[in-house]
Design a protein around this ligand. Sequence first.
Ligand SMILES: [Zn+2]
Length: 587
Amino acid sequence: MCLGSALILFGCEPAAEKEVANAVAEAEPDVNPVVPVNAVDVLIRDAAVYTLNPEQPWAEAVGLRAERIVFVGSLAEAETMVGPETVVISQAGGMVLPGFQDAHLHPYTSGIDQFDCDMDLQPIAIETYVAKAKQCYETMNEREWIKGGGWNLTAFGANPIPNKALLDAVIPDKPAVFFSADGHTAWTNSLALQLADITSETPDPANGRIDRDPITGEPVGSLQESAMYLVGNLVPPPPEKQRNDGMRYALDYLHSLGITAMQEAHVSVDPEDPLQGLETYQAFADRDELKMHTVLSLRWNSDKGLEQIHDIVAAREKYDGRGMRVRTVKMFLDGVVEPSTAALLEDYADQPGFKGELQIPVDVLNEAVRQLDAEGFQVHIHVIGDGAVRAALDAFEYTQHLNGKSNGRHHLAHAQFISPEDISRFAALDVTATFSAIWAGGEDTFLTELTLPRVGPERYRWTYPLQSLIAANGRVAFGSDWNVSSPDPLQAIEAAVTRGNIFDPSIPVFLPQERISLEDAIKAATLNSAYVNHLDGRTGSIEVSKLGDLVILDRNLFEIEPMEISDAKVMKTLFGGKVIFQAAESP
Ligand SMILES: [Zn+2]
């Protein structure tokens, strides 16, 4: 079945789609002589059209019929296609781009979090977070647990280990847990630790760490990586209303930023998953409420082995092709540098003898990647340390050696530190680096006070090496990691082009030699992310026969200072030829 609105959904072979599209075009009645035979449904004019089609990089107008682009060219020619029913969108001085795509973000949980205790606040300070915790405790009376997140590690100094006593003072009689903005640390009060049975006797779980008082051994209220789940799993799941509200919030917000395709960075394949991610997405797809090309990454459970492939295949069979692409597996290979949970090639600069650890043993990783690749999955791996990057590239090399080249379009998310020796391997193995470019925007205190002391100056030079990767023919895509950071693609583009801070020009530029061109940054946010999302045949550039997924900006990014890129406004977002967002002041 590949009819009607299903045309824009997954599961339709491109050839079949074309046939249907042609049939529709031929069947169009030509009864009214006033209507030009080539009349379009929507004409976008007066804005510079940047196509990402190397054969025709710029155009003056775009015409759409039904959900597709049928014309890209001059204004004079476009004017002959205006009929009485044509909706003409004029955005003088603006710019038209393909709809943005995000290859790694967490829209579902980010949306749900909006309705919890949100600590993504300024100023970044312990007092800010404690005051917010107190306020949530006082206002969220009906909740058994006070849960939230978004606090920034830098508030806690050079060794970012928050303490339970701070929370006990304001939330004395309810369990409370707050996740850090990067999602790798949980901060809890005493009651939460008590309910989770975490004492000085409790051993660290695999791939996790219970931070303890160095003298008494008593848990201090900070839990790293998998240890977060000891408490997190006790929090009652969000009710269905919050799950649906969260999803709607996320979709509306992403549309307002010009995003028309996304790769959800992980959903659980466990049918008992308290968040019910797969089911919620499926319900939105079934009701045609997504309005977003959606790729779901199925989470690999690092505590289990190859036997889980069976469950992953079963989830694909159940959900793939029903309005979403569900053929990606997401693994965590390490944590993050700041609390020393990233896997490095050499010792941490401030911890001789310690390199960090991979969360998946190498033999399991290699064989998992090989089997998943053979099964037709895309493998999507979280890597931060240069040791994790190398282990992942080794696994892809092992896989290619045994399976041959596949169309898996595997990608590595974040890739914060890449050893210079590994830069050229991305192109050689056809592995895309999905950078969270905002993190490279400006050398802030997070980098200078938390990151640099852990890795030392030599490795620090290779932080988010976007330009080095592009110079070595590597493919760069963008994945915002929302709500670790903002999902605004214009902010990512500005950060990648300037390596400066989007909000604060007083923050020094970070590794200016790794700035990339505006062309490359736009490509990362559109066509290259479309490649990762297996959508480049139908989206990612403005070409005849591709889908009418477009973003209209109020200014031409090529005519402004790079530092103003994120000031550009999204005036309209179109998905499959339909306006799904328009700015209040849009003409
Ligand atoms: Zn992520």
